[in-house]
Design a protein around this ligand. Structure first.
Ligand SMILES: [Zn+2]
Length: 377
């Protein structure tokens, strides 16, 4: 069995439903300590975080990832036990196999092979691992980054092992993520009997033109590396269930996935202006679940592209798609952040699995990037 597959299996066999670490970081720390890494644990609340470093000076290159996994869901939906790693037709099955214990294993074995080749390190090599990516993401990387900001710790380059690829390993390199801003809008009116509508003020009728304006608004130029920012309504509630009653309020939930052309504050102001201009009375609660980030500098992206091309023969698309990830917090340190990992077709689903051949190639990509970023020759 390959070293990468063996470690991936060991990690899957340690159940670590978010924010549990299940002993995974202990396993990773042991491997890194054996290579000479200094180990620092940064626990916050019920979350385990691991910071491991090798080397003293120079630019720092960091592998980042998470040991926690989403819950398995109903066991009856699984063909195998989610916490018993199982090989089937070239795939390794188990919760976390693709998101992202396979990537963590590939990072460790890439580092082991890289260091075995006795390279002259031209910088620091670090690992940043959390157990709070899939959950509330409060005591994980977000908190660690705060600590790093306080003590002036820098990370120049960071590869996050999130499963970035869609159909084939090597098809997608993530270089940024959109921000995510949600709102709960309550439109106020005056309720009443539908037969006496003159005495009521129908909040649904008042809201519709404003909502239409919000859905057709052009939020940004759409010329950045991001898809255009869009306003999407997810839930609408109004009415008491009877067909002869005008309700006194209407509740609308919406979300914007937005680019680095905008800030959350700008969007909030524009939404509120559109609502006010329509003359409606409203309450609005905002929830910012993730700020956007974008890596524009070419060093790390270039090395990743070269490594992906050499190992897989693919030219990866530089993408900013997908949901939010821990990359957004790390980018606050001024870091060039990219995300590269296995195909994501089964993540967060029953029967999550990863191609075992892809895991080997992934480890090779990581190893080449280490040579590209941390050696001079
Ligand atoms: Zn993940």
């Amino acid at each position: 069995m390959s070293a990468t597959l063996e470690l991936a299996k060991q990690l899957i066999a340690l159940p670590s439903v978010t924010p549990e670490d299940g002993g995974c970081q202990h396993l990773l720390a042991d491997r890194l300590q054996a290579l000479g890494f200094s180990i620092e644990r940064l626990p916050f609340g019920d979350v385990s975080n691991l910071w491991a470093c090798l080397g003293e000076a120079g630019p720092s290159f960091c592998f980042a990832g998470h040991t926690d996994v989403v819950p398995a869901g109903p066991m009856s939906d699984w063909n195998t036990d989610p916490f018993v790693p199982t090989e089937q037709n070239g795939f390794l099955h188990g919760r976390g196999s693709a998101d992202m214990k396979g990537s963590l294993a590939a990072m460790i074995t890439a580092t082991e092979r890289f260091l075995a080749s006795s390279p002259e390190l031209n910088g620091r090599l670090c690992f940043l691992v959390t157990s709070d990516e899939e959950g509330r993401a409060v005591h994980g990387i977000r908190k660690v980054v705060e600590v790093f900001q306080e003590r002036g710790e820098t990370i120049d380059y960071c590869v996050v092992g999130e499963p970035s690829c869609s159909d084939k390993l090597g098809d997608t390199l993530r270089i940024g993520r959109r921000g995510s801003l949600s709102g709960t809008l309550t439109v106020k009116g005056v309720g009443g009997h539908i037969a006496y509508w003159q005495r009521a003020d129908n909040p649904i009728h008042k809201a519709l033109p404003a909502l239409h304006k919000l859905t057709i608004e052009q939020w940004d130029s759409g010329e950045s590396a991001f898809p255009p920012t869009s306003f999407q309504i997810s839930n609408v509630h109004a009415g008491v269930g009877a067909n002869n009653v005008i309700p006194d309020t209407m509740m609308v939930e919406f979300n914007l996935r937005y680019s680095t052309e905008l800030t959350a504050e700008e969007i909030q102001q524009r939404v509120e202006a559109i609502l006010s201009n329509e003359g409606i009375e409203f309450d609005l609660d905002w929830h910012l679940s993730g700020e956007p980030f974008l890596t524009e500098k070419p060093e790390l992206i270039g090395q990743m592209q070269l490594a992906i091309q050499a190992v897989t023969g693919m030219t990866a698309e530089n993408s900013t798609g997908g949901g939010t990830s821990d990359g957004r917090f790390i980018a606050k340190l001024g870091t060039q952040v990219v995300e590269f990992g296995p195909c994501n077709g089964t993540i967060h689903k029953p029967n999550e699995c990863v191609s075992m051949a892809d895991l080997e190639q992934l480890s090779e990509v990581y190893e080449r990037v280490l040579h590209g970023m941390l050696t001079t020759g």
